[in-house]
Design a protein around this ligand. Structure first.
Ligand SMILES: [Zn+2]
Length: 452
């Protein structure tokens, strides 16, 4: 027993030394871009080392770092401020303890992005943090497991002139200080174009060449459920109600119900409160070999008094203004989260897109029709125009029948009450399952006809 103890102690101390050497080594990469930002104003921070490596920001950190890295640090609104500094912006962010972090900028729209290891930002959006006239919008939340993101939408191109994290040796708190100065659009675009380390924002490009055989009822049907929003992007918010939470709850119930019904395999694009870029949602569906893609939402609509469930399929041409705004907002949510969407077109590149869509669009429309029938059949209230079209990014898979179901609108008092009512959710889920089953049957029959 004691010998084992001694042995493991010596192994542990060697491991500790190794870990310290590794972190010190990585430190030299990590510190470099920040130092550069301070001394060479035109340089943008370079990408840090691979995200899987825990990297302390201070040489003194390794001693406490091993523990500190897994602990959750808290953002502290007191002692934090974002304000104008001349024609630039000054950020002071207080955090309960030092954590690894990185800073970068993104273009279209101009954004400052700060990633922190394990920082709980709490209710930062409502903390009245920013008095800066150059900050248009601010958002924070989980990016992926272990990392949180703070995004500021800026009113133009700014460069990071200084960036540092100071630790208070007494209280153990940390303070992140940044100063941004206006810079040319060209210099900003250059800084924004610096790629993230591979896998930083988690999407993995799907296998583009993949083509799935159409379902004919002779095997299990793969349903990909896409609960909208999540993590840094809560979706529509009404008091304590977040669209992201509501649609995740319904998605889980739907998965259960489909598996219980039999004949289905189910994959969800997210199964926790985590941010998933629109691009990744489509990739997940392709990788799963989806026969059917169903996105779930419960948005707010400022214009008019929209209420009742609504099914959307991809627009063939220009849509009405409300639908266009809804679709644009979803894309904007994604942009605000600071994830580069420039690769979106690659997902569908190489697939004979229009050709595939010619076959897929009627199938998507049939799916929407089946869902409308089933939801009405369950006596659940639908929007006056229950099937609409919009240019939603997640519906753009050329060869996967896709629909987006707005379960109801968080902006409507009647809908709100239903959306959080478990009994109502169960009825809606039962209706969706019935709709999907009806569609699968007709769709398989049609495929059989086509083959003859
Ligand atoms: Zn939504």
């Amino acid at each position: 027993m004691s010998r084992y103890f001694l042995l493991s102690r010596s192994v542990l101390s060697r491991l500790a030394l190794l870990a310290w050497l590794l972190t010190s080594f990585l430190m030299s990469f990590w510190a470099a871009p920040l130092a550069m930002a301070q001394t060479a104003p035109t340089q943008s921070p370079a990408p840090p080392p691979a995200p899987t490596q825990p990297v302390p920001t201070q040489p003194a950190a390794p001693a406490t770092g091993a523990k500190g890295l897994t602990a959750l640090a808290r953002f502290e609104p007191r002692g934090s401020a974002i304000r104008d500094a001349g024609d630039g912006i000054a950020l002071d962010l207080a955090i309960s303890q030092p954590v690894p972090w990185r800073v970068r900028v993104l273009d279209d729209p101009a954004r400052l992005v700060l990633d922190f290891r394990e920082v709980d930002f709490g209710d930062i959006e409502n903390a009245a943090l920013s008095t800066s006239s150059h900050v248009r919008d601010l958002r924070a939340g989980p990016l992926r497991p272990g990392w949180s993101r703070l995004v500021l939408e800026l009113d133009g191109p700014y460069g990071v002139k200084t960036a540092e994290m100071r630790t208070d040796p007494e209280g153990g708190r940390a303070e992140v200080r940044l100063v941004l100065r206006p810079e040319s659009a060209a210099a900003f675009a250059g800084a924004a174009a610096v790629p993230d380390p591979p896998g930083w924002t988690l999407p993995r490009p799907a296998d583009v060449g993949y083509a799935k055989r159409r379902q004919t009822g002779d095997r299990k049907v793969m349903v990909v459920i896409d609960p909208g929003h999540g993590g840094i992007d809560p979706g529509a918010v009404h008091g304590k109600l977040h669209e992201a939470d509501i649609v995740l709850a319904v998605a889980r119930k739907l998965r259960e119900a489909l598996l219980r019904a039999g004949g289905f395999d189910v994959v969800m694009t997210r199964d926790s409160d985590v941010f998933v870029p629109l691009e990744t949602r489509v990739s997940v569906a392709r990788e799963a070999g989806a026969d059917l893609f169903l996105a779930l939402h419960a948005d707010s609509i400022a214009e008019g008094v929209a209420s009742g469930a609504t099914i959307y399929t991809l627009a063939k041409k220009a849509t009405d203004e409300a639908s266009a705004k809804l679709a644009a907002r979803h894309d904007r949510d994604d942009l605000l989260s600071g994830v580069d969407l420039s690769g979106t077109d690659d997902i569908v590149a190489g697939v004979l897109m229009d050709l595939a869509r010619d076959e897929t669009m009627p199938r998507s429309e049939a799916l929407a029709a089946a869902l409308v029938t089933a939801i009405k059949g369950e006596d659940l209230r639908m929007h006056v125009r229950p099937h609409q079209e919009a240019d939603f990014s997640v519906l753009k898979s050329p060869d996967i029948p896709s629909a987006l179901l707005e379960l109801g609108f968080l902006s409507s008092a009647t809908d709100r009450k239903q959306l959080v009512d478990p009994a109502w959710q169960d009825r809606m889920v039962a209706a969706i399952v019935a709709g999907i089953r009806a569609w699968v049957k007709t769709d398989a029959a049609q495929a059989a006809l086509l083959r003859q």
